[in-house]
Write a protein that binds this ligand. Structure first.
Ligand code: AHR
Length: 322
């Protein structure tokens, strides 16, 4: 494990923080545990790479534990971080519920926890210090509004590819999309199934949807992430359909592959989710450790819709970014 000797006091000074010491850490190097979900998507890999870079820039010893998409692995990792006496814990929670017990243990050990990219459901918000996430309902709504405008002139049966069952983005992105299409009687979700945020699973779901619905009856595909849309695009092409032309597509993340698909005319829209989540979370932790003042409960990252007109340029700009 790389150990870098910058002190929390020094790091907070670099960030312009001031005030009294907020934890046990003043004068020690900053050690942070990050319980990451896994590597289910291109976005997830980008987030992990961005996290490493953010830690390096801030000279923080970031210990990343890959949970391979299992909550029990995340709970074990958090307990291990507590045992190591880290200064803070970052948690990207694979699902929204079931965190109370382990977060109580972190709180009892006086270790602040910051949620990154996904929210949790809890009756006790004091169990975490802050959350760095997008507005995931807004992401779904943005996708739905784009579709209601684009398909205003036709009957539009939609296949929805949901994210991991029980995860906050799957719940919220469905809610936002449903709200956006509610008043458009021409747009109806005819199949909604989880693709677990992966290309392979989504491809299987799309193949089965094409078989049972008939490809020509599908007007649009809404996927809760771009990787699932890439899997669905593959399934559509193999079935002789023309995604981006015969079938409208809208998904979420803004990974390079979806920009490539849009530039090639095989996808129509994506809603960007920044992978830069850990940098702001580390800044919060450092400042909190220095001055003891709790940061805002939610650091909201931006949400932006991208269309094919800028796709080629965006692909070039992003392809080697993370
Ligand atoms: O929590 C963020 C989501 O998780 C991303 O949209 C998806 O690609 C990832 O797996």
């Amino acid at each position: 494990m790389k150990r870098i000797g910058l002190t929390i006091a020094g790091l907070a000074g670099m960030l312009g923080a001031c005030g009294q010491g907020g934890g046990s850490a003043s004068g020690e190097e900053m050690v942070v545990g990050f319980s990451q979900i896994g590597s289910e998507s291109g976005w997830r890999t980008a987030e992990t790479n961005a996290a490493r870079k953010a830690a390096e820039e801030r000279q923080v010893d970031l210990r990343i534990s890959d949970a391979q998409q299992r909550q029990e692995n995340q709970i074990k990792a958090i307990r291990a971080f507590i045992a190591q006496g880290v200064h803070g814990i970052l948690l990207a929670p694979v699902v929204a519920t079931g965190w109370e017990q382990v977060l109580k243990e972190a709180k009892a050990a006086n270790i602040p926890v910051i949620l990154v990219d996904r929210q949790i459901e809890t009756a006790d918000p004091s169990l975490y210090l802050s959350a760095v996430t997008s507005d995931q309902v807004l992401e779904g709504r943005t996708a739905g509004e784009w579709l209601t405008k684009t398909a205003a002139d036709r009957d539009c049966p939609v296949v929805e590819l949901q994210g991991t069952v029980g995860s906050s983005p799957a719940i919220a992105r469905k809610k936002g999309f449903d709200e956006a299409i509610a008043k458009s009687s021409n747009i109806k979700i005819v199949r909604s199934q989880s693709g677990d945020f992966t290309r392979a699973r989504a491809k299987e779901v799309m193949e089965s949807a094409i078989k049972s619905l008939g490809g020509t009856r599908i007007c649009a595909v809404y996927a809760h992430n771009d990787d699932m849309m890439i899997g669905a695009i593959q399934a559509m092409k193999e079935a002789g359909l023309k995604p981006g032309k015969d079938v409208l597509t809208v998904s979420i993340d803004g990974v390079p592959d979806i920009f490539k698909a849009m530039a090639d005319g095989e996808a129509n829209a994506t809603v960007e989710l920044t992978p830069e989540m850990v940098g702001p979370a580390l800044d919060m932790l450092v400042t909190y450790k220095k001055d003891g003042k709790a940061p805002p409960k939610w650091h909201q990252t931006p949400t932006k819709l991208y269309l094919p007109d800028t796709a080629a340029a965006e692909y070039e700009r992003r392809k080697n970014l993370y």
